[in-house]
Ligand binder design. Structure first.
Ligand code: C2O
Ligand code: CU
Length: 483
C-alpha cells in the first residue's frame, strides 16, 4: 500500500506544476498577485500562560509564540510559507479550510513526505477565498495540536464590512498538572473511544481564560469578532452578555443573510470558525462577559470580557452600513444531478457492539480497542492514520456533483471535516436545511444524519475525518479521491 501512496505522490507532484486552483467568478490575474512570505518555526519552548504568574509552561508552538503568529493575507495573494521543523518529531502543516492544490495540503504520507526533524518545506499556494482560517500539523495531530501547535490565518475580503475593530480569538484548552506543566497522556484509548482528550484549563489566544482577557471597545463602536476553535476535542458554546451578536460567516464563508446568534449560545465544534459583528452601544465603563457553557450541568466559564473604555460614545446610533461579509464564489452543486454517496459511522465505548474490518479481517471493535488503538469505523472499516491507510473511502470523478449522506450510528457527536472543498449543509435527519450554509466542518449529533453537497473539483486525495483528533486517530479518518 505504501507503493500505491508513493505512486500517487509522484503523480500529484507532477500535476502540481500545472494544477489550477478551483475556478472563482472573479479570477485574479497572475500579474496582480502579491506574494506574501512567512516563516513558521515549530519548536518546543516555554511560555507564561498567565501573565500574572511567574510560572512557565512547556508548549510546542511556532516562532516562540503561543499560539503561532497570525498570518494575514489579502484575497488573491499568493502565500509562500517556509516551515523549518525544530520539533523533536516529524511534522507537516495543514491550512484548515483553504482550497489549496493537493500537494500543499500538509498531510504526511498522503500529500507529502513528512518534514523531518531539522528539515524544511516550502508551502506555496494562491488564496482564492477570503475568511477566517487556521493552521495546525496533520502529523500525530492528537498530540501535536494539544501541545500547542496552532495559529490563525486570515484572508481579508476585497471589500470587508466597515467595522471599528477586528479581533481574533483562538480558543483552545490545555491539560495541566499541579506544577502547571502539560500532562503527556496523549493517545489513550479511553479518550479515543469516548469524547476525546480535553484540557482542564481553557485558553484565549494562548492565555488562561477569565475576566482578565479583555476586548477594549469604545461605546458606539462596531466590533468584528472572529472565533476559532483550535481545541483538539472540546466544543465551545459561546454567549455574550448584554449584546446581540450577528453571525456573518461560518468557517470563513460569508452568509447571504446574517443570522442572529442563538440566545443560549453559539456552538463551535473543534476546527470550526465563526465571525460575529456586534454594535457596542452600552455606556462607557461597562463590562460584559463572554461565556462558555457547553457542559449542560456545569456553571458557565467566563472566557473574557468586553470592556468599555471611559471615553465618551463615538456615535449615538449604530453604524447604518450593512454588516454583510461578501461571500466567496464557490462551485454550486446541483442537487438534481448530484450522485449519492453514503458514509456510515459506528463504534465508540457506548452503544451496540461494532464489527469492522481491521487490517483486512472482520473484528469486533470493542475487543481490539486496547490492542490496536482503534475504536471507530467508517463504512465498516477501522483504519490507522495517513500512510497506514489501505483504500480511499470514496473515489469521485472530477467535476462530479455530490451529495454525501453521513449517517452517525454512534452515541457521540462528531465534527466532520473535508479537506480541499467547501460543502453546503443541505439536509439534517433527511429534512432539507433552509440555511444551506457553506462549511468545511459540520457537527453530526449522536444518531443524526447530515447531508452535504459539493462539486468535487479539486483533484487529489483529500482527508475526510472527525476533528475530535483522538477520534481521527482511532479510525474516524479516511480519504476521498477526486480524479
Ligand atoms: Cu483541521 Cu484535517 O484538519
Ligand atoms: Cu468524532
Amino acid at each position: 500500500m505504501l507503493v500505491r501512496r508513493r505512486q500517487f505522490l509522484q503523480s500529484a507532484a507532477a500535476l502540481g506544476a500545472s494544477l489550477a486552483l478551483p475556478a472563482v467568478a472573479a479570477p485574479i490575474a497572475a500579474s496582480a498577485r502579491k506574494e506574501s512570505r512567512f516563516e513558521l518555526i515549530p519548536a518546543d519552548f516555554k511560555v507564561a500562560l498567565d501573565p500574572a504568574s511567574p510560572v512557565q509552561t512547556g508548549v510546542w508552538s511556532f516562532n516562540d509564540r503561543f499560539p503561532g503568529p497570525l498570518l494575514r493575507f489579502r484575497r488573491g495573494d499568493r502565500a509562500s510559507i517556509t516551515v523549518r521543523n525544530q520539533l523533536p518529531q516529524e511534522t507537516a502543516i495543514h491550512w484548515h479550510g483553504l482550497r489549496v492544490p493537493n500537494g500543499m495540503d500538509g498531510v504526511p504520507g498522503v500529500t507529502q513526505e513528512p518534514i523531518p526533524v531539522g528539515g524544511r518545506f516550502e508551502y506555496r499556494f494562491d488564496l482564492p477565498d477570503s475568511g477566517t482560517y487556521w493552521y495546525h500539523p496533520h502529523q500525530a495531530s492528537f498530540e501535536q495540536v494539544p501541545r500547542g501547535l496552532y495559529g490563525a490565518l486570515i484572508v481579508e475580503e476585497d471589500k470587508p464590512p466597515r467595522v471599528d475593530r477586528d479581533e481574533v480569538w483562538v480558543l483552545s484548552d490545555i491539560k495541566l498538572d499541579e506544577r502547571r506543566q502539560q500532562v503527556e497522556d496523549f493517545g489513550r484509548i479511553l479518550d479515543i473511544a469516548n469524547d476525546g482528550r480535553r484540557g482542564n484549563q481553557l485558553l484565549v489566544n494562548g492565555l488562561v481564560a477569565g475576566p482578565e482577557r479583555k476586548i477594549a471597545v469604545r461605546s458606539g463602536e462596531r466590533l468584528r469578532l472572529r472565533l476559532i476553535n483550535a481545541a483538539s476535542a472540546r466544543f465551545f458554546k459561546l454567549s455574550i452578555e448584554g449584546h446581540a451578536a450577528s453571525i456573518v460567516a461560518w468557517d470563513g464563508q460569508g452568509l447571504e443573510l446574517p443570522q442572529t446568534a442563538p440566545a443560549d449560545g453559539i456552538v463551535l465544534g473543534p476546527g470550526m470558525r465563526v465571525d460575529l459583528i456586534l454594535d457596542c452601544m452600552e455606556k462607557p465603563g461597562g463590562r460584559f462577559e463572554i461565556r462558555e457553557s457547553a457542559r449542560p450541568r456545569s456553571p458557565a466559564i467566563v472566557l473574557g470580557v468586553i470592556a468599555y473604555t471611559a471615553q465618551p460614545a463615538l456615535r449615538a446610533k449604530p453604524l447604518a452600513t450593512p454588516i454583510l461579509v461578501p461571500p466567496n464564489v464557490l462551485p454550486e452543486p446541483d442537487l438534481a444531478k448530484a450522485s449519492d454517496h453514503y458514509i456510515m459511522f459506528q463504534g465508540g465505548m457506548r452503544g451496540a457492539p461494532t464489527i469492522g474490518m481491521v487490517d483486512g479481517k472482520p473484528s469486533r471493535i470493542q475487543d481490539i480497542m486496547a490492542r490496536q488503538g482503534l475504536a471507530w469505523t467508517m463504512n465498516y472499516n477501522a483504519q490507522h492514520e495517513h500512510a497506514l491507510m489501505h483504500e480511499p473511502l470514496l473515489t469521485l470523478s472530477r467535476g462530479e456533483h455530490v451529495i454525501l449522506h453521513m449517517v452517525n450510528e454512534t452515541d457521540f457527536v462528531h465534527p466532520m471535516h473535508l479537506h480541499g472543498h467547501f460543502f453546503r449543509v443541505v439536509g439534517i435527519n433527511g429534512v432539507a436545511n433552509p440555511a444551506r450554509e457553506w462549511r468545511d466542518t459540520v457537527i453530526m449529533a449522536p444518531r443524526q444524519s447530515i447531508d452535504v453537497a459539493f462539486i468535487a473539483d479539486n483533484p487529489g486525495e483529500w482527508m475526510y475525518h472527525c476533528h475530535i483528533l483522538d477520534h481521527a486517530a482511532g479510525g474516524m479518518m479516511g480519504t476521498i479521491v477526486v480524479e
